[in-house]
Design a protein around this ligand. Structure first.
Ligand code: GLN
Length: 248
């Protein structure tokens, strides 16, 4: 019997712009092609908390979306922090990346406290950072996507958080000043990359999948994968590599 992996999609109603739901689709598809059985639960405000969570995926959103979810988000802060600390793989894009940090002061001066999983803070400013984003990550190679945010994010120095990548060619990244983009702590990835991110950057999808399988089953195995599934994964990887070659 195929091994189940439980994926939680965090606030897809309010935190899902520029195709971020494509990340959920990509993880689901790749899990199935590796021979696993993906089980996706959407968590929106007021929903029951899933019993088992192997991976958490969160998308971007407008400041208004962030304000809408913030109260409910706080009721789940301890659960999410505990999952992060115990090594659950998580991908948080843009608006959710900001709220996984310590606080986000929006451009209208509203302070939204974050849950502090990522030691970083974000300050909204009038000029938005919009456009294609290309970065290099030591872990994942070239990563490509699209950014659109008012918030400038600053990682806290000296506490073990590192950027996801370095923006040398195209884009603004965390703040348009220090060339950093995104954040890595535990098995959590925060990033400004929309696009969707994962279809074009399968190395990141596979990091999330491998980590989830290792945490739950002690190893990442592909015993249930068919040859046709392996061939389809290779095809998807080739398409993604071509997209990255054009951009990078
Ligand atoms: N509202 C946030 C900002 O503008 C996040 C935007 C986003 O998720 N694209 O900085």
């Amino acid at each position: 019997m195929a091994k189940t992996i439980d994926v939680m999609s965090l606030y897809p109603k309010d935190m899902n712009i520029y195709g971020d739901s494509g990340n959920v689709l990509t993880v689901t598809r790749r899990l199935a092609l590796y021979g696993y059985e993906p089980r996706v639960t959407a968590y929106n405000q007021g929903d029951p908390w899933p019993e088992h969570i192997d991976m958490v995926l969160g998308g971007g959103g407008q400041d208004t979306g962030q304000k809408k979810i913030i109260d409910d988000f706080f009721t789940r802060a301890d659960a999410l922090a505990a999952l992060a600390e115990s090594g659950t793989p998580m991908l948080m894009i843009c608006g959710m990346y900001q709220l996984f940090g310590e606080y986000f002061e929006t451009v209208d001066g509203t302070r939204l406290d974050g849950i502090g999983v990522i030691p970083a803070h974000t300050i909204g400013r009038d000029v938005r950072m919009i456009g294609n984003l290309v970065e290099h990550s030591d872990e994942f190679g070239d990563v490509i996507g699209y950014e659109n945010h008012s918030g400038q994010t600053f990682l806290r120095a000296g506490v073990g958080v590192r950027p996801l990548g370095r923006v040398d060619q195209e884009g603004r990244g965390n703040n348009g000043e220090d060339h950093t983009e995104g954040a890595r702590v535990h098995n959590v990835i925060g990033t400004y990359m929309h696009g969707s991110l994962l279809p074009k950057n399968p190395a990141i999808a596979d990091f999330l999948i491998r980590t989830a399988a290792e945490n739950r089953y002690g190893e990442f195995g592909t015993a249930d994968q068919t040859d046709a599934q392996a061939a389809e994964l290779a095809r998807l990887d080739k398409v993604a590599a071509e997209a990255r070659a054009v951009a990078a």
